[in-house]
Every structure is written in C-alpha cells, then in structure tokens.
Write a protein of this length. Structure first.
Length: 416
C-alpha cells in the first residue's frame, strides 16, 4: 500500500534550528598568486558544462574599476588590510573591475554555492530524497506484532512536521501500535541531527503525540488546524541496522521537495546542517571541489574546501570563482525552466538572513559571515549593462562595518 504523502511544511522556526553560526579557527591569509591561468588535471568523469567566454584580466571598465578602488581605499582608511579584500565585477561578456579577484580568500557561506552546484550536477534538478517505511510482522486490528523499519537516504529536511505527516499516513494505512522496535537503516536524519540512532529516537517521539516535546507542539501548530494528532505507540527500542531485511518492500515512501527547493531553503537561511548533509551525500568536500572545478574550468588553485557549509577559514575561493559558480548553476537550471532565484535568495524576500539588510531589490544574493570575515556575491539586473555579476570577499575586522560598506557600495553601483 502506498498512501499519498502530505505536502512538505517547513516553518521558519524549524529552519532556524541550525542557522549559520560559527567560531572558526584562524588560518593564514592567502598570498596573491600570479602564476598563469591554467587548471591542473584530475577532473571527475562528469561532463564539463559549456563555459562562458574567458575574460581578459587586462580589460576593465575604468570608471567601475575606480569605484571599486575607492571602496577598497575606504576600507583601508578604517583599518582593513587591502590584501584581505577581493572584488570581481563583470557582465556576461565583459570584465568591469578586478582587485584581488583571482586570489583565494575565506569564503564563509559562499561555499554553499559550490555545494549547490555540485548537488545539482551529481543528483539532478528533479532529485527528491526518499524515506521509506516498512512494517515487518503481522498487522492485525491496527497492532503490528513486529518491527517498524525506516530506511533513510540523506533527506536533510525531515523535521517534526514530516514525522507528523508520516504518522498520519501510517495511521490511515491501518497502523496504530507497534509491539516491537523501531529499526533505522542508512542515513536517516531528523531535525538536522546527523546521528541516525538519535534521529530514530526523535522519530519515535514524532509518531506519538503523547511523547511530543514543547518544540514538536510548536511545530504542530504551524500545520493546518484540522491536522490529526497521531498516536502510534512503539513499545520497543530504537535500533540501527546497516541493511534492510531481504523481504523489504516499502509500505510508505515519503519524499522531500525537489532538490531546487531544498537548495533554496539552504541558501536563503544559510543553513549549515543542510549544506553539510548535502555535501556528504555527494562525496564530501573533495567531491564538491572537483565538481566545481569541472563545471567552471576555474584554476584549481582558486578554490580550497574542507566542508560544504563554509564553516572555517580553510574554505577559500577567489571572487572570480564565485561568479563562475553562479554562472554554472544558471546553466544547470535553465534547461529545466528554472533560474538562479529558484535556488538562491532574492533581495526583498520577506524571510531569510538577508531580509533585514538594505540591499538593491531584485538582486540575487548569497552572503557569508565568519569571525572577521564578511562576503557577499550575486547578480544585479541593470538597465544599461544587463546582468552585472559581483563578488565581494572582505576580511580583517568588524563584520558590521564590512556589511555596511558592502551595502553602500552595491546601492551606489545600482544607482549609477
């Protein structure tokens, strides 16, 4: 039996469980690299995406270059080391400004853009994460004399609301009580908890309203008012198994939203846990880096990653790399009728970490923050130059000052 699945319902309070926060360990600032622009071999078997025209580093718009230089000078007057700042601006086919644009710097949560690109390439735009449920034993009069199995597949968005939806679907299918264990198989994660056994304990609570915590009650109140309160009691323990039983036949297949919606939530709220789970699902930081190099044809010296979220100064990208990643994401999405705004935040959206910042409306943006690091990159729609891609990586001091200067610079750029 395969009952219909409730739609995914994610509230702001659920997503804010693990919003970006960080206390990174320090690492040396990178030094400028003046070697020729070549990429070393070692790409994965993935087919490179068609890349936009290569831009000459010598061809810059004098007026825009001067504006960027004034931005760097203004930071220098406030005590920020110019060597820790990098800026790259371009249209689709013209370099507008470049100061330190090919030098890798701490990228903070701009790293999530690389994770976004790699996930789209490895998993595909239409990918959904499945969580399968299987009752093993005899089911009679709503009582299962046996175990309830749950097989996870790295769904990063399985939260309280999902557990409630699953419980109600299982109840509709005839299950009311389990006189056995809850057995977790594979990578089952709940509430951004990457310990599958602990996630199983959370699921056991979520299936039975009598065990709900105050947090679960809060999330229940975000659901439609006629949503039933499930009470599937499991008498046994939560156990973990590496493989499902040989006779495994999914009774309920609960699916996540399509991958672009997962990525949109990750980027809009800069959720580190989602980024970490996604990166691990496709092979970890090394796989994310290699997919990025393959898709963008960027010199491999311009990107170094230790995770998929951006936590830690060791995650470094050049400003140019960030723009190449954006353009590669756009190329992955466009054949499916999707745009960058379907996976990245748009200025003016009412929710998300950028909602409180005075940024140019309709700009597509991703920001990042670490201790003494503030980054911001995206694309501005303009009247006389079309799309203007920008990447600003700042470091070396008070991030509130850096954010204010970024906002001042972008709003001035849009005005002009």
């Amino acid at each position: 039996m395969r009952p219909n699945i409730y739609p995914i319902l994610l509230s702001l309070s659920s997503l804010s469980l693990l919003l970006a926060s960080c206390t990174p360990s320090p690492s040396p600032e990178p030094s400028p690299d003046t070697s020729p622009e070549t990429s070393s071999p070692g790409a994965t078997s993935a087919t490179p995406s068609p890349n936009p025209p290569q831009l000459s580093l010598a061809d810059r718009d004098p007026e825009v270059q001067q504006q960027v230089q004034e931005y760097i000078n203004r930071l220098a007057r406030q005590g920020f080391d110019p060597q820790q700042q990098g800026v790259w601006l371009q249209t689709d086919d013209q370099l507008l400004a470049n100061i330190g644009g090919t030098v890798p710097l701490p990228a903070a949560s701009l790293t999530k853009l690389a994770t976004t690109l790699a996930a789209l390439r490895r998993l595909g735009v239409e990918h959904r994460f499945s969580t399968q449920f299987f009752p093993q034993g005899e089911l009679q009069d709503g009582v299962l004399e046996g175990d309830l199995w749950v097989v996870g597949a790295t769904n990063p968005l399985f939260v309280w609301e999902e557990a409630i939806a699953v419980a109600n679907q299982l109840t509709e299918a005839g299950l009311q009580q389990v006189n056995g264990d809850l057995i977790v198989v594979g990578d089952f994660f709940m509430n951004f908890e990457e310990d599958s056994l602990l996630s199983g304990e959370l699921l056991k609570q979520g299936l039975n309203a009598r065990l709900w915590t105050s947090e679960a009650e809060t999330q229940y109140r975000t659901l439609p008012p006629d949503t039933p309160r499930p009470e599937i009691a499991i008498s046994g323990q939560v156990r973990y198994r590496s493989q499902p039983p040989p006779d495994f036949q999914p009774w309920l297949n609960h699916q996540s939203p399509p991958l672009p919606q997962v990525l949109k939530l990750m980027n809009r709220y800069s959720n580190n846990a989602i980024a970490h789970i996604l990166a691990n699902a496709i092979g970890g930081a090394a796989a994310v880096r290699q997919e990025t190099i393959t898709a963008t044809a960027i010199p491999d010296r311009e990107i170094q990653l230790v995770n998929g979220s951006g936590l830690g100064r060791e995650n470094q990208m050049s400003p140019r790399t960030v723009i190449r990643i954006y353009q590669a994401i756009e190329r992955e999405l466009s054949p499916h009728g999707l745009s960058l705004g379907d996976v990245v935040a748009i200025a003016g959206e009412p929710e998300g970490i950028l909602a409180v910042r005075p940024l140019p409306p309709r700009a597509i943006l991703k920001s990042g923050s670490l201790n003494a690091v503030s980054t911001l990159a995206g694309v501005l729609p303009t009247q006389n130059k079309g799309k203007v891609w920008f990447s600003i990586l700042n470091g070396g001091g008070d991030i509130e000052i850096l954010r204010a200067e970024q906002e001042r610079f972008l709003n001035l750029l849009e005005t002009q």
